[in-house]
Design a protein around this ligand. Structure first.
Ligand SMILES: NC(=O)c1ccc[n+]([C@@H]2O[C@H](COP(=O)([O-])OP(=O)(O)OC[C@H]3O[C@@H](n4cnc5c(N)ncnc54)[C@H](O)[C@@H]3O)[C@@H](O)[C@H]2O)c1
Length: 331
């Protein structure tokens, strides 16, 4: 008998990634898969074994789930997350937490009242390359004075909804949200945000961003992200500069550490790992189940999720008002 009964809401691409991990965890049973398109629910339910295909969240509740994975499109996370929390059912929400700060605040309030765990899917924190960078900072080998971050994953052509801010919540809520969150994870809380953004090719939204962040830790970071760069390798990279030290990542594949003058560069290459491990999905799913069973800290708890939502709102506010935003003054 499995210890944790899981339901999945939204049987698309990322649901399959989580379902594949969860079916390998003997503590877990996926008992139901819900999707507004019945064939999609049936198809994923069939892939995971004994799960029942249904259409709505409430039907997952009727199956007696302990936890729900919310893997619907971006602007459809808030309502099911709130319902889960209000029913004291643990919830793993895919990114973004919400696409407005008011909704993120609502989730934080409901999570505080609930007996259930809220977790946000921020797999980059558990990706091999970024875990290595985090270790270098934590061990003191790298003191991050300055960082340059690039996130050009996408082209906003396929699938078509990625170009529709009504569905995505805005370009930053799509893939850049991952590295926005990672910045906080690596460098600590943000003090100020300055953003210059333009609308170049998109018909409906800002698509070109240069963001400058200062952190209470003293780090300064420059973050660039452009919606139509295409998928040219590396889609994402970070460069972090310390005392005679430069740490550079290439995509989710490689970390290069130059740790002194006249020193060889150490390269760690994660190419051979499977994507689900290398991208952090296996670890985030395992940690979520650990949190439910053992009471350990969820991989990305609600306050952490909220702070990233707050940062994204400040980025858009700075772009629109053309001024620096001080985050501490807002809290
Ligand atoms: N962490 C990551 O690396 C990562 C990767 C991909 C997607 N995501 C996020 O996961 C979410 C899903 O993305 P995807 O690529 O799997 O999308 P998708 O379009 O492949 O799947 C979404 C599914 O949700 C279903 N759906 C829509 N509205 C619904 C509703 N009201 N009730 C039930 N089902 C509903 C759709 O029919 C579809 O099957 C998005 O928020 C996306 O940003 C995260």
């Amino acid at each position: 008998m499995a210890e944790v009964k899981i339901g999945i809401l939204g049987a698309g691409g990322i649901a399959r990634v989580h379902a594949s991990n969860l079916t390998k965890d003997e503590r877990v049973e996926i008992v139901g898969v819900a999707d507004i398109v019945p064939e999609r629910a049936a198809s994923l339910a069939n892939e995971v074994g004994k799960a029942k295909p249904v259409q709505h969240l409430e039907e997952l509740f009727e199956l007696g789930v302990d936890a729900v994975y919310v893997t619907t499109p971006n602007t459809l996370h808030v309502e099911p997350v709130l319902k889960c929390l209000d029913h004291n059912i643990h919830v793993f929400s895919e990114k973004p937490m919400a696409t407005t700060l008011a909704e993120a605040k609502q989730i934080r309030e409901h999570a505080k009242r609930s007996k259930a765990i809220y977790n946000l899917g921020m797999n980059r924190r558990f990706a091999s390359v970024y875990k290595r960078v985090k270790e270098l900072i934590a061990s003191g080998e790298l003191t991050p004075y300055l960082a340059h971050i690039k996130m050009n994953r996408g082209e906003l052509l396929n699938p078509a909804w990625t170009a529709d801010p009504e569905v995505t919540g805005g370009f930053i809520y799509e893939t850049p949200v991952h590295l926005i969150d990672l910045c906080r994870y690596l460098f600590g809380e943000v003090e100020t945000v300055r953003c210059v953004a333009k609308q170049n090719l998109s018909e409906k939204e800002l698509d070109t961003f240069a963001i400058m962040l200062t952190f209470t830790s003293g780090t300064i970071a420059n973050f660039v992200t452009y919606a139509h760069a295409g998928w040219s390798f590396p889609f994402e990279s970070i460069e972090v500069y310390g005392k005679y030290t430069t740490v550079t990542t290439q995509e989710l594949e490689k970390v290069m550490v130059a740790s002194g003058l006249n020193q060889p560069i150490q390269i760690e290459d994660f190419y051979q790992l499977t994507t689900d491990v290398k991208w952090g999905y296996v670890e985030e799913d395992r940690r979520f189940i650990d949190a439910i069973i053992d009471g350990t800290e969820p991989p990305v708890p609600v306050e952490d999720a909220y702070r990233s939502a707050e940062l994204i709102e400040a980025i858009y506010e700075s772009a629109k008002k053309g001024k620096e935003i001080a985050l501490n003054e807002k809290r």
